[in-house]
Design a binder for this molecule. Structure first.
Ligand code: T4K
Length: 361
């Protein structure tokens, strides 16, 4: 039976009253932006939640990546994953560097650390892996290569909120990690993001870059742009952060329900969580062929259920990044994956309906 449309995701929002409580600060003070009290509080509470010293809140996940590239003065080639959202590749190019795509692991769908070394040349300045769908990259192998070859590491941690690896936040790895708080993410501020850097001097630089190059006394001491998080966004972040553990728990239950229902479907493969850690921010499934994926999408769309082909096509095949090498694993994974609906208010009945349809594909 057709119900109301079911989308790939819906935002996880705190009760309106809790958001309004924070908004009152804005109405009382009139401060809407420029490193206001709510943004500072959000940075502190985010850092406390992640058990890291500090975080720099910015206007989007893409801005976070952009500022990271600038703060580390990257030039030349940046090695990255082709199986990701366009933002990863395009921000490298936007910053006048060249993305060099390296193929992915067929099971985790993250960059294959064993293939990184072969792609390094004298032009390479950094590696920018992606923790795709919130599943950690092999941070230890990647950082070993980076250290050996004198390269910086920026993690595109757009999906990596609230995941630990080796007993610490995934976002504390690398020279800089960049997370997204877009409406579709585990923690949302509407639009927003944050940078986390190991080196306090890099953190200070990120703060200057996001605010026109101003220092604490508002003197221009660096290059800069406007990538600040607004007070309204920070208010939403504060309200939503209070619920993040609930959000994670609920998503895990829904993810597990899908897994149990789909486990015996012979043509479906799940993403490998090798480190055992993930935040269940997406529900990706891989089909054996693109034809079967397309048939599944059609059958689901007929029932007003709308998964998404995150991430298709593989970035190395896009003309904006030509010429790029052929990357068979990423191209094949990208052609056969769909993210099923997964969000906190998704009804179990809808999960059952999606699973029942997939059994029939
Ligand atoms: N790196 C990676 C690996 C990323 O995945 C992303 C972004 C970035 C970097 C950059 O971070 P940001 O600069 O965006 O912070 C979404 C998001 O725009 C994007 O943030 C995200 N990744 C990407 C994977 O997906 P779409 O094309 O899915 O958006 P849209 O509008 O089709 O929304 C999908 C569904 O979500 C809708 O069917 C309904 C629901 N939705 C969406 C919005 C915008 C809502 O319920 N409310 C909303 O406000 O891009």
């Amino acid at each position: 039976m057709k119900g109301k449309p079911v989308y790939v995701t819906q935002p996880s929002l705190a009760p309106l009253e809790e958001f309004v409580e924070y908004l009152k600060v804005i109405w009382d003070t009139g401060v809407m932006t420029h490193n206001g009290p709510l943004m500072q509080q959000f940075e502190k509470e985010l850092a406390a939640y992640l058990r890291i010293p500090d975080a720099v809140a910015v206007a989007s996940g893409t801005c976070a990546l952009q500022l990271a590239i600038r703060a580390l003065n990257l030039t030349g080639d940046v090695i990255t994953s082709p199986f990701t959202f366009i933002a990863t590749g395009s921000i490298i190019r936007w910053e006048r560097c060249a993305p060099v795509f390296v193929d992915i692991d067929p099971e985790t769908w993250n960059i294959n650390p064993e293939k990184i070394e072969d792609a390094i040349t004298p032009r390479t300045s950094a590696i920018m892996p992606v923790h795709v769908f919130g599943v950690p990259c092999d941070v230890f192998a990647i950082e070993a290569v980076a250290e050996r070859r004198g390269l910086k590491v920026i993690y595109d941690g757009a999906h990596a909120m609230a995941v630990d690896v080796g007993g610490r936040s995934l976002l504390s790895h690398g020279d800089v990690s960049a997370v997204s708080f877009h409406a579709t993410k585990l923690l949302t501020t509407g639009e927003g993001g944050a940078c986390v850097a190991r080196d306090p001097d890099v953190m200070a630089r990120l703060r200057r870059l996001r605010f026109f190059g101003f220092d604490d006394r508002k003197e221009v001491v660096d290059e800069g742009m406007n990538a600040k998080m607004t007070e309204v966004a920070a208010a939403l972040g504060l309200a939503n952060l209070k619920r993040i553990e609930d959000v994670k728990r609920t998503r895990r239950l829904k993810y597990d329900r899908y897994r149990a229902l789909l486990e015996d479907v012979p043509f479906i493969q799940f993403q490998e969580h090798r480190s055992g850690e993930t935040n269940h921010s997406y529900m990706p499934v891989r089909f054996d062929t693109e034809a079967r994926l397309l048939r599944a999408l059609k059958m689901l769309a007929d029932e007003e259920i709308h998964p998404r082909r995150y991430f298709h096509p593989s970035l190395n095949t896009l003309s904006v990044f030509a010429p790029s090498a052929r990357l068979p694993v990423s191209e094949s994974v990208a052609a056969t994956i769909a993210c099923l609906p997964l969000y906190n208010t998704l009804a179990d009945d809808d999960i059952d309906r999606v699973s029942e349809i997939l059994h029939r594909v």
